[in-house]
Design a protein around this ligand. Structure first.
Ligand SMILES: NC(=O)c1ccc[n+]([C@@H]2O[C@H](COP(=O)([O-])OP(=O)(O)OC[C@H]3O[C@@H](n4cnc5c(N)ncnc54)[C@H](O)[C@@H]3O)[C@@H](O)[C@H]2O)c1
Ligand SMILES: CC(C)[C@H](C(=O)O)[C@@H](O)C(=O)O
Ligand SMILES: [Mg+2]
Length: 372
């Protein structure tokens, strides 16, 4: 298969983790005889520095003319610490999602067997967790009218949803549930918010078209508690933009690190693949950030094009790395010097030697020990 992939590394750890995902996609291309072409463009704080615009026209144009987009992360402390900044890196990401109509953000959450003890949650609570979060991505409070009074003392953000915006993401969530464990949980705040009551009405109507899928409802405050009390009750979680943002970071604790959480942002025409985490500024250029979220986002890209064996191989390689503790410090306490790029090297090597069960990973030197 021939694919042109727009690469938007962005800020902070974005470039470091995205480089590992590219390495992995190149290994897949060579192993399965595909042609993947990568074209890079600026987004976020780096784009403000270089072009005075967090989403330059050239970047948007490249995204629209590519088959898929691989996104790193955006965000910089100089904006985080300045609430009055009018131009902000995050606007680049939000505009991209809106312009490309990427209305559904799919965030899988899984408890890996080999990482059960890395989570602060008890093993018996998280063992077997497998959740898919369907987060609405182009509506709600993120995109409603924003106002600040002239004296700067009153501010408002409008939360608005239309039936159509709810329907299109809800259908994707129900379809996903049909190929999983046939359950959708709608997370909302229908006891308070009019938008949430619209979500309940619309989603209840849509559920009638999916008789084999059980639908239940949770208020978001309770859902936040249930996520750590009994996460195994969830199969597909469907929710609006901001609740989905918050609940997915919380859910990442189940897996052991947000550095493992991948996502796909899809619409009718375009698709973008982005880790759930941000630019983790404290780790910039230290080669310590976990690249797995970015690598698994690349696996979701492969799945999007129905390259299932390829995606499976990437996931297998990731699981092998986790099992052997070839992981960055956020989840590794066995070795102290496994860097971002070493994790990428291992996964790349695994893909290049898929049938070799006696692989000798001679390039993975971990201090005094060498993994054999
Ligand atoms: N999609 C995105 O690009 C995105 C997402 C979230 C936040 N942000 C931006 O990132 C900046 C920093 O935000 P933040 O600190 O709230 O969130 P963050 O996700 O960047 O980091 C929060 C914490 O998560 C952990 N973490 C994140 N990524 C990791 C990785 N790959 N490996 C290991 N640990 C990792 C670190 O402990 C870090 O302190 C802000 O400017 C914010 O706006 C961007
Ligand atoms: C950076 C920010 C705009 C973004 C969001 O809130 O959607 C991030 O937190 C995410 O989860 O991708
Ligand atoms: Mg977020």
């Amino acid at each position: 298969m021939k694919l042109q992939i727009a690469v938007l590394p962005g800020d902070g750890i974005g470039p470091e983790v995205t480089n590992q995902a590219i390495k992995v996609l190149k290994a897949i291309a060579s192993e399965f005889d595909h042609t993947f072409k990568f074209k890079t463009a600026d987004v976020g704080a780096v784009a403000i520095d270089n072009h005075n615009n967090p989403l330059p026209d050239a970047t948007l144009k490249l995204c629209k003319s590519s088959d898929a987009i691989l996104f790193g992360a955006i965000g910089h402390p100089k904006y985080d610490n300045d609430p009055s900044a009018k131009v902000r890196p995050e606007q680049g990401l939000l505009k991209l999602r809106k312009e490309l109509e990427l209305f559904a953000n799919i965030r899988p959450v899984k408890a890996y067997e080999s990482l059960l003890d890395k989570s602060p949650l008890k093993r018996h609570i998280i063992k077997g967790v497998d959740i898919s979060i369907y987060r609405e991505l182009t509506g709600g409070i993120y995109f409603g009218k924003k106002e600040l009074s002239e004296d700067g003392n009153v501010a408002s953000d409008l939360c608005e949803y239309s039936r159509e915006e709810i329907e299109r993401v809800a259908h994707l969530a129900f379809e996903a549930a049909q190929s999983r464990n046939n359950k959708v949980t709608l997370v909302d705040k229908a006891n308070v918010l009019e938008t949430s009551r619209l979500w309940r009405r619309v989603v209840t109507e849509i559920a009638k078209q999916y008789g084999d899928v059980e639908l239940d409802f949770l208020f978001v405050d309770n859902a936040a508690m249930q996520m750590i009390l009994n996460p195994k009750q969830f199969d597909v979680i469907l929710t609006e933009n901001m609740f989905g943002d918050i609940i997915s970071d919380e859910a990442s604790v189940i897996g052991g690190s947000i550095g493992l959480l991948a996502s796909a942002s899809v619409g009718k025409k375009y698709a973008m693949f982005e880790p759930v985490h941000g630019s983790f500024p404290q780790a910039t250029n230290k080669n310590i950030a976990n690249p797995v979220a970015s690598i698994l986002s690349a696996a979701m890209l492969l799945e999007h094009f129905e390259l299932f064996s390829e995606a499976q191989l990437v996931k297998l390689a990731v699981e092998k790395s986790l099992k052997l503790h070839i992981s960055t410090p956020d989840i590794n306490s066995k070795y102290d010097n496994v860097s971002t790029s070493k994790v990428g090297d291992f996964i790349e090597d695994f893909i290049n030697n898929p049938g070799d069960t006696n692989m000798n990973f001679t390039n993975i030197h971990l201090g005094q020990s060498t993994i054999i």
